[in-house]
Design a protein around this ligand. Structure first.
Ligand SMILES: [Mn+2]
Length: 456
């Protein structure tokens, strides 16, 4: 008899523990669902204060409280409507023979009500902790895996890093099985970059109806560097989830998931992400990334060239990458009109502030006369920068409706800060600026005045 009693007590205890366990699980899950899964704002303030299971596990009384007791009846109705949804989810989770029916009961107990705030805060903290456990990179990977239509873009006037990064990303997405990828680059592709694999797949026009789930913006430090159309879509939130992958040290904070790293190129950031997130890699990606890094380090000559840069380059060479070809294409391939323009712009070189500031400019007329394009001006600012004794060099360019300036610095001076005073941006040693609706002369006077402060 004693044995039977013990057994029964033992069984009862086990059953009780089970009831408690199931009740606790329902309590936790409901609390989470109320925070995360309900679209009904009334339910967000609901706190589950306790769950009491029926002996046969077929029913559960869910006690709850609300912060605003005036909402009590509305809440009760909403909970009634949402009950089947909650039950379904809990059924999936518990895998019991019968999914317990949920009965919501308003909890009047005053001391419990007093604890509501505390409980709400605790649950919110738990949730934040859970989200924080996922790194930004993991969030990026998750968003990409969930997205169906992904739009890729970069800054206006794409350079080797911007284009190489867009094309590498496009290939990564293709290899991971993404079907709908739109790589949008409306600019004319410079002849020095037309060798990059995938340029023919770039899209120059966006359909009004193109509504991506996700947009990945590469090599851009601020929405101001985007094409107007893209910037507008960004403002109107028509880009889905916006991810930014970039390496500029001065930037505007934008985008939902932002991977910004101190790296020589966005191509370098992508290379690292490939390793970390186990993204695919092939000859195409390797060539695009190599070109990106070569372009942004000026063929491994700029100050951003590091041990990591060379290590990355070496690892990329395990694929079909020919450094001599890439360098020749990017740095030593010119049209005759570009060479003629080089002569004209060189003629404008003037030095100020005891030879510490070098100024160059290019008018519309020079472009027309030579038949060169504005893209041909790439690197011309170095005509000034490379003169002995020069600390800051600026190349001004006249366009139809604006005057642009490319700024370069030697000796650690910060030209990004100067550019920023007039709405521009970039890196410490290389920055850019566009002054709209301003004549070339006025633009030069304005920026020259800022530069003069450096030398006063
Ligand atoms: Mn870059």
């Amino acid at each position: 008899m004693t044995l039977m009693m013990t057994l029964r007590i033992g069984m009862n205890k086990e059953k009780e523990r089970r009831l408690l366990r199931v009740g606790q699980t329902i309590h936790n899950e409901l609390s989470l669902m109320l925070l995360k899964d309900t679209k009904d704002p009334v339910l967000m303030d609901v706190t589950v204060t306790g769950v009491k299971m029926a002996q046969d596990l077929r029913g559960a009384k869910v006690f709850y409280s609300v912060l605003d007791t005036a909402q009590k009846e509305r809440v009760q109705r909403s909970l009634g409507r949402a009950a089947p949804f909650f039950q379904g989810k809990i059924g999936q989770l518990l895998q019991l023979r019968h999914t317990p029916r949920l009965y919501f009961v308003f909890d009047e107990t005053p001391e419990k009500s007093a604890r509501i705030n505390e409980i709400v805060n605790e649950t919110k903290r738990d949730r934040q902790r859970e989200q924080m456990q996922m790194s930004t990179e993991q969030v990026l990977a998750k968003r990409i895996s969930e997205a169906e239509h992904i739009l890729l873009c970069c800054h206006r006037k794409p350079d080797g890093d911007a284009l190489g990064s867009v094309l590498a990303m496009m290939q990564i997405l293709k290899l991971t099985g993404k079907r709908q990828i739109t790589a949008w680059v409306p600019d004319e592709i410079p002849p020095t970059l037309s060798f990059l694999p995938g340029v023919d797949d770039l899209v120059t026009e966006l359909e009004m109806t193109d509504a991506p789930d996700m947009t990945i913006i590469l090599d851009t430090a601020s929405p101001g560097q985007l094409h107007d159309e893209m910037a507008q879509r960004l403002r109107e939130q028509r880009l889905g989830h916006v991810a930014v992958i970039d390496h500029h040290d001065r930037y505007e904070d934008f985008g939902h998931t932002v991977v910004r790293r101190d790296a020589s190129a966005t191509g370098q950031v992508l290379f690292d992400l490939i390793g970390e997130l186990i993204w695919p890699m092939d000859d195409t990606i390797a060539l695009c990334l190599y070109a990106a890094i070569v372009a942004d380090t000026g063929n491994f000559r700029f100050g951003n060239t590091s041990k990591v840069t060379f290590e990355t380059a070496a690892r990329l060479m395990a694929f079909d990458v020919k450094p001599a070809d890439v360098s020749k294409r990017i740095f030593d391939t010119f049209t005759l009109s570009r060479q003629r323009l080089l002569g004209k712009v060189t003629d404008t070189l003037e030095l100020f502030h005891d030879g510490r500031y070098a100024r160059l400019y290019c008018t519309r007329q020079m472009l027309d006369e030579t038949g060169a394009s504005a893209q041909d001006l790439e690197g011309f600012v170095n005509i000034g920068r490379n003169v002995i004794g020069v600390e800051v060099a600026v190349l001004y360019t006249e366009t139809d409706d604006a005057a642009k300036a490319s700024l370069r610095a030697n000796n650690g001076l910060d030209v990004a800060a100067i550019a920023a005073t007039l709405g521009g941006g970039g890196h410490k040693a290389a920055a850019g600026l566009t002054q709209k609706g301003v004549s070339l002369e006025d633009a030069m006077n304005r920026l020259d005045a800022e530069i003069a402060k450096l030398f006063s």
